[in-house]
Design a protein around this ligand. Structure first.
Ligand code: BGC
Length: 756
């Protein structure tokens, strides 16, 4: 009853919809009634009180909403709170313009999926889309209609904690994931119902290339590298119809992205044709004063001029644009354009028709964290795990005997979720111990000991377990903790060591220079191995770690990332063989930190190392470690084995307007059915500029029964062979190309063709 009344009230007091009911007419009409201050207010986004990642916070939010000085709020949770803020906007502000509500719904809402790096490791685009679809369903049921996702920054440096939030090092795969996520959130972009949310592609651009892997650090790269290796995922997301884009914190070509007109206007708007709006990152405008390009008024005007439409948290637009307008530094048309784009987004969402469209309290009660969503999340989590080693078939475990589950990650709920699980209830996920008990059943005894803290240094542990993700540091000595672990291990037939990173040890502002499993945990692992019992390392991590010692000494390693709210059961499903693991790495695991950046799609140099050698004087190599990664891009084992044979091309030549078919037979040689990610790489052997030694250009995930074979085919089209040349023209150049097919980027079978 109340809802109808409010909507009517709103409609009466807003500009009357034109006869064609058109978006443009409506928004232009509304704009024509707005004061300059009200227009600027529509460009100002405020952080809610629930969660923040920076310093500045707007005060007196309610007062500002009434004054028309806030366009939307992000990271507040709860439909009641959202409804109340919306009420203030549509009942108490002059023009009654509804607010937009955003949130970092990054890998699920309350049903949490694996961190994005894990999600990408499924190589299953339907599953990724489904995870975004469920995230949209749950978030929209709780009042949210805009998410700051997908994060599509290419990252080749695992020191950077935010590698956890993206799809790893490859632009082709990254573009596919970006499109799947946009589709999952937005559907067909009509927002006719109330269960789709707008996506925001971030962080544009090149944020993942920060120097030394230190967060927010300087980026400097050639344009040819940008376009061939980093830009595609942003472009792909825009092409998939993403409604908004977030500017990155870093500089690009010496100008912070937030004020970079070439980036925002020439490329994003004029070349890729973004239709939606551009928002800054958290205090992105204010931070440009620290970058050293001017005071708040100057940088705010520069951001608007560059093409930014919405200011997140800085209040630089709010506090200075009117003055800049008076001084002739910006035009009203620029403000109108930005305001228009923001209002169009609200219109498209349907907020002018019903500002409470996403405030249905019944949905909030029944559609969040449902058994159905959770069972899908469990399946996807299991699919994201990567089996790194399995000597002597230690895995899968039998559902019998005694299993000692040992380590600081064995008995935690909040740390199983992963970074950016801001909307989850941290107390809900099962612990690994609980998950293993559930799956292993009555005939198995599970014993537990913590064994060690996360890190020796209590302060380091504190920094790595913030925002509620505590590991409840144990004040016993290392020796006491170890003794407890060894006595639990004595009782066991098998040891499961649950080690690695806590949730907040990767993600934003969590860069590391040492990528080993932390000190006390390694000591624990060594002591457990000395018992002589079989040890399975269940590795929790948000990034590639350096596992050289572990690879040599631990019989089985299952990398489970941070698998989300249903991870514990999913780990049980895989450890006990109910699910056969099939995840494949999307970021290279180096042997040591000194090899970084290490990525599969590198250039050859003029002095490449001859095949089969690991050092030769005056070649491009190191004295102390070979050039190879520990685990290459695309790598991951299964409980079965796949064999590749009959790699063929439909022809050894291709015309510039033609195409080719590449095919391969994949046979499951083992005893179990399983999924394999068949990967196709291409190398351009002679270009007008140097080209990478291989680039992913196709993949297919296939399920093959034991003993069966499948033929997989890939179409090689001219589009797959194009690249940006020295003049940044996107070209197809004739010459020889290698086609490589295999189950990872290293172990491939090669065949060649010539493009005429
Ligand atoms: C992060 C963004 C995030 C924003 C809002 C920033 O610190 O860089 O990824 O969307 O905060 O929470």
């Amino acid at each position: 009853m109340k809802k109808t009344f409010l909507s009517l009230l709103l409609l009466c007091s807003l500009p009357v919809l034109s006869q064609d009911n058109g978006q443009d007419t409506f928004v232009q009409n509304l704009l024509s009634q707005m004061t300059l201050e009200e227009k600027i207010g529509q460009l100002n986004l405020s952080a809610g009180e629930d969660f923040s990642t920076g310093q500045a916070q707007s005060t007196n939010i309610a007062g500002k909403i009434k004054n028309g000085q806030i366009t939307g709020i992000f990271n507040i949770k709860g439909v009641d709170k959202i409804r109340e803020m919306q009420r203030i906007a549509v009942e108490e502000s002059r023009l009654k313009i509804p607010l937009i509500f955003g949130m970092d719904v990054i890998h699920g809402y309350e049903t949490v999926f694996p961190i994005p790096l894990g999600l990408a490791s499924t190589w299953n685009m339907e599953a990724i889309e489904q995870s975004a679809r469920i995230a949209a369903l749950e978030a929209s049921a709780d009042g949210i209609h805009w998410t700051f996702s997908p994060m599509v920054d290419i990252a080749r440096d695992p020191r950077w904690g935010r590698i956890a939030e993206g799809s790893g090092e490859d632009p082709f795969l990254g573009g596919a994931v970006a499109q799947a996520m946009v589709k999952g959130y937005q559907g067909d972009n009509t927002y006719t119902g109330n269960d789709r949310i707008m996506a925001c592609v971030k962080h544009y651009a090149l944020y993942g290339a920060s120097e030394a892997g230190r967060d927010y650090n300087t980026v400097d790269m050639s344009r040819i590298r940008m376009f061939n290796e980093y830009m595609y995922p942003y472009q792909a997301a825009v092409e998939a119809g993403a409604e908004s884009v977030m500017a990155s914190f870093n500089e690009v070509d010496g100008v912070p992205a937030t004020a970079n007109k070439w980036l925002m206007t020439d490329i994003l708007r004029n070349t890729w044709h973004l239709k939606g709006f551009i928002v800054t990152d958290y205090t992105g405008i204010e931070e440009m004063t620290a970058h050293g390009i001017g005071d708040l008024q100057t940088v705010s005007a520069r951001a608007l001029d560059a093409g930014i439409d919405m200011d997140m948290v800085s209040e630089g637009f709010l506090s200075t644009l009117a003055q800049s307008f008076k001084e002739g530094k910006i035009t009203e048309e620029q403000i109108n354009t930005a305001c228009y784009r923001v209002l169009v987004a609200k219109y498209k969402l349907g907020l002018f028709t019903d500002p409470y469209k996403f405030c249905d309290t019944q949905r909030a009660k029944t559609q969040i964290y449902t058994p159905e969503h959770r069972s899908i999340a469990r399946k996807i989590a299991a699919e994201s795990f990567v089996l790194l080693k399995n000597a002597d078939d230690v895995l899968p475990l039998k559902k019998q005997g005694t299993i000692a589950v040992i380590g600081p990650m064995a008995n935690t709920r909040s740390n199983i979720l992963g970074a950016w699980s801001v909307s989850a209830d941290l107390s809900k996920p099962a612990t690994l111990v609980e998950g293993l008990k559930e799956v292993s059943g009555k005939n198995t005894r599970i014993v537990y000991a913590k064994g060690s803290n996360l890190t020796e240094d209590a302060e380091y542990e504190k920094r790595s377990t913030g925002t509620g993700h505590t590991l409840y540091r144990d004040n016993q000595t290392n020796e006491q903790l170890l003794n407890e672990a060894l006595s639990a291990a004595q009782k066991a037939d098998v040891i499961v060591a649950a080690l690695g990173e806590a949730s907040e040890m990767s993600g934003e502002s969590s860069s590391r220079t040492d990528l080993n499993i932390p000190d006390v945990q390694q000591d624990l692992l060594k002591a457990l191995l000395k018992t002589g019992k079989p040890v399975v390392l269940v590795l929790f991590t948000g990034r590639p770690l350096t596992l050289t010692w572990e690879q040599e000494n631990v019989p089985a390693i299952l990398n489970v990332w941070h698998g989300g709210s249903e991870a514990a059961g999913a780990i049980g499903d895989v450890l006990f063989g109910d699910v056969n693991p099939g995840g494949k790495l999307v970021a290279t695991f180096p042997k040591n930190v000194g090899q970084i950046p290490l990525y599969y799609n590198h250039k050859n140099t003029g002095r490449p190392l001859p095949e089969g050698k690991w050092f030769e004087k005056y070649r491009s190599n190191y004295l102390d470690v070979d050039n190879e990664p520990l685990y290459p891009f695309g790598y991951g084992l299964s409980y079965t084995q796949f064999e590749y044979s009959d790699v063929k091309l439909s022809s050894s030549t291709m015309e510039a307007n033609g195409n080719l078919t590449a095919s391969v037979t994949v046979t499951n040689k083992g005893q179990r059915a399983g999924a394999e990610v068949v990967q196709l790489y291409i190398r351009d052997r002679e270009g007008s500029v140097t080209r990478p030694v291989k680039e992913l250009k196709g993949f297919e995930k296939v399920f093959i029964e034991a003993g069966q074979s499948k033929e997989i085919t890939f179409q090689i089209t001219p589009g797959l062979l194009k690249f940006y040349n020295y003049h940044l023209e996107y070209v197809l150049e004739p010459g020889e190309f290698d086609v490589m097919i295999g189950g990872n980027s290293r172990d491939v079978k090669t065949i060649r063709f010539t493009l005429h």
